[in-house]
Design a protein around this ligand. Sequence first.
Ligand code: LMR
Length: 333
Amino acid sequence: MHKLILAAAVSAVLVAPGTAMAQSPIVIKFSHVVAEDTPKGKGALKFKELAEKYTNGKVKVEIYPNSSLYKDKEEIEALQLGSVQMLAPSTAKFAPLGVKEFEALDLPWLFKDEDTYAKAMKGPIGKWLFQKLEAKGITGLAYWDNGFHMASANRPLLTPADFQGLKVRISGSKIADRYFRDIGAIPQIMAFSEVYQALQTGVVDGCENTPSNYLTQKFYEVQKDITVSYHAHLQYAVIVNSKFWSGLPPDIRAQLEKAMNDATDYTNSIAVKENEDALAEIKKSGKTTLHYLTDDQRKAWQTAMRPTYAWAKGRVGQEVLDLIAKELDIKMN
Ligand code: LMR
C-alpha cells in the first residue's frame, strides 16, 4: 500500500512537475464571526473576488463567515497555528495575543465622528499598532470600519442609573469592561456567536454593538430598548499569519496587497451607509424601541465613564495614549 502511494507520488512529480504546481492554487482560509451582509462580510467577499481576479486564479480565497469555522478566541489561535491564514477580528479582541495597546481604540467617545476615526487610523497610530503584532507572528494588512456602538437592554438605558446591576455582554476589551463598570453595569466577556441566545435566555441583560450586527444577528428581536448612543467605535484589523504572508511569491503578494487595498477602500466606503440602513430596518421592524440621548444625558454617560481614561494608562500604556492624544489633538485625562 505504502509503496503504491509512493510510486504514484513519484510518477506525478516526474511526469509534470510544473503543471502539478500550477494547477493547485494557493488557498487562503479567511475566517470571521459576522454575517455576510455586513461591512466586514462584504469586505471579505470583495477581497476574495479581487484576489482571485488579480492573481488570475493562482490564489483561492475560502471565506468562513458567522463563526462557521472558529469562534472568537479559537480563530486567533488558529491563525497563529496556521490553520487559517486570514482574519478580521475587532481590535477589542487582541489582548489574548498579548497586544493590549489596541484596546486604547475602545475608549468611550474617543472619536467624535467617523471622519475623525478614519483620519486617525490612516496616521501613525495604525502603523504603530501593527508593528506590535509582528513579534507575535502576525502581520496587519488593513483596518476595516464598522461604525459606532449602540447599547441595549430590556429597559431604556438613558441615564447612568439605568445601568445599575445590568449584566452586559462585551466582546473582550478591558477598556469596555471598565467603562461599563464605571457606569454601574456588570460586564461579561462572551463569544459573538453566543450573544443572541444569552440575550434570549437572560444569561445577560444587555449588550453593545453596531446596527449592522444588531440587525444580522437579530439582537434587536431580543432587546426591547436600544439606545443609539454611539459611545465607542468598532473597527477590525485584517491580519495574516506572517510566515504564510512572507513565504508567498513576491508577485502574488503584491497582487494580494492590491486586492486588500481595494477591498479596504470598498469596505470603508460602505460602512456608514450599511449601518444607517441597518438602523432604519431595525426601526421599521417595530420589534424594539430606539432611544436617542439628550445632550444632558450624553454628558452624564460621558462623566460616568470618564474614569476609564485615567485607568487606561495602566492597561494600554502611556505611549499609545500619547500617540492618540496627539493625533486627535485631545487631552487623555
Ligand atoms: C463582537 O464580538 O461584538 C464583534 O466584534 C463582532 C464583529 O466582529 O463585528
